[in-house]
Design a protein around this ligand. Structure first.
Ligand code: AMP
Ligand code: MG
Length: 353
């Protein structure tokens, strides 16, 4: 009898423990299985910049796995496109200039063809063969300097996107002249951000925001239903906002004279070079482009920056689904017709140098 009671008591105890375990298991499933209404964020540093991602609609495990996948894929792409990484596609193409065609990844063919399209569209203001000029100015290194006119004269004939030979069938690229070099710094980051966004397609993401140093991709709406508000920095005081663009899905990229520059003889020289003169481009301080994909907004922001205010606005107005906010050297803000209703101007400069 005592034994029987002992067994019964043990059963009750076991039952209690089992119930407690079940409750814990249910709570855990609830926490891990339910998507969070809050956004989850992660930051990484590569491509010489800070990359932030913010995602709505995933539980923690899903978010961890997505962010790892996104960053991995984006880094993999950087290893293909960076001309500074030995063995990258672009590095090998440049090394073989004047000698032989180089077999490359399909992504390189794709991005290079897009770069050549934007070069055509902008009548050579955007030119992916700009690298020899960048080297003269020391952009991409720690040693910047203003080149002599003799140096510029020698290098300018090498800048010629029309000479690039892309063979889609063989997946090869050939630069016909020794000394020619490709640089995809004005377009590759946009493509890489698009790649990150693509990685999220396999996850039940409700909204996604990627920002790679000003190259931004947005997907979906926030749970509040609010539109995304993208701040455009004031080029003369980048910690302040000059304008806000309100948007739903799509991409924004900004090219600015305040992003990379050096000073010599009391003058500032920035990193966006006009292929026709060999000097830092033109008459604007900042160009933000809104487009369906980041590759296009990135390439066009650089292209329009080189084209300058009038020609830049003209190009933007001629393209479907593409808009822009341009801040000129005086701090005046210009907005294309498609964005007028979606842009809040915070700082309308005038007379500022
Ligand atoms: P972004 O910041 O997107 O405007 O790109 C600037 C980068 O594009 C520079 O750091 C260079 O790598 C590259 N670049 C500079 N000038 C040009 C140009 N005229 N055409 C194409 N790429 C350029
Ligand atoms: Mg760009």
């Amino acid at each position: 009898m005592y034994l029987e009671r002992g067994i019964k008591q043990m059963n009750v105890k076991l039952l209690k423990i089992a119930v407690i375990f079940m409750i814990i298991a249910l709570i855990s499933v609830n926490i891990l299985g339910c998507s969070s209404p809050e956004n989850q964020t992660k930051t990484a540093f590569f491509m010489d910049t800070q990359i932030d991602i913010s995602v709505y609609g995933l539980n923690k495990d899903q978010f961890d796995s997505l962010s790892e996948k996104m960053f991995d894929e984006m880094m993999e792409m950087e290893n293909i496109f960076s001309r500074y990484i030995s063995g990258s596609d672009i590095n090998r193409i440049n090394e073989a200039a004047g000698r032989e065609a180089v077999k490359v990844n399909e992504e390189t063919i794709f991005v290079l063809q897009k770069a050549l399209e934007v070069a055509e569209l902008s009548e050579g203001a955007f030119d992916p063969t700009i690298a020899p000029l960048l080297e003269l100015w020391g952009f991409g290194t720690d040693e910047n300097r203003v080149p002599t006119s003799e140096e510029l004269r020698k290098v300018l004939p090498l800048i010629n996107y029309r000479a690039v030979q892309v063979n889609e069938e063989d997946s090869t690229v050939f630069l016909p002249e020794a000394g020619m070099k490709i640089d995809l710094g004005g377009i590759a980051k946009g493509f890489i951000v698009d790649r990150g966004r693509l990685a999220a397609e396999k996850f039940p993401v409700t909204a996604l925001f990627i920002n790679a140093g000003g190259d931004i991709s947005i997907k979906g709406t926030k749970p509040t239903g609010d539109r995304w508000r993208i701040a455009v920095q004031d080029p003369r005081s980048p910690e302040e906002w000059a304008a806000i663009i309100e948007m739903n899905e799509g991409s924004v990229a900004t090219s600015g004279d305040y992003q990379r520059f050096f000073e010599e003889g009391g003058e500032l020289f920035h990193h966006i070079i006009d292929p026709r003169t060999g000097f830092p481009a033109g008459n604007v301080s900042s160009v933000s482009i809104v487009a369906p994909d980041t590759l296009m907004s990135d390439a066009l922001s650089t292209a329009v920056f080189v084209l300058g205010l009038e020609k830049g606005l003209e190009l933007l107005e001629s393209l479907d689904g593409v808009d822009g906010v341009i801040i000129d050297k005086q701090g005046k803000i210009h907005v294309t017709s498609g964005l007028v209703d979606d842009t809040e101007i915070l700082l309308q400069g005038g007379g500022r140098g």
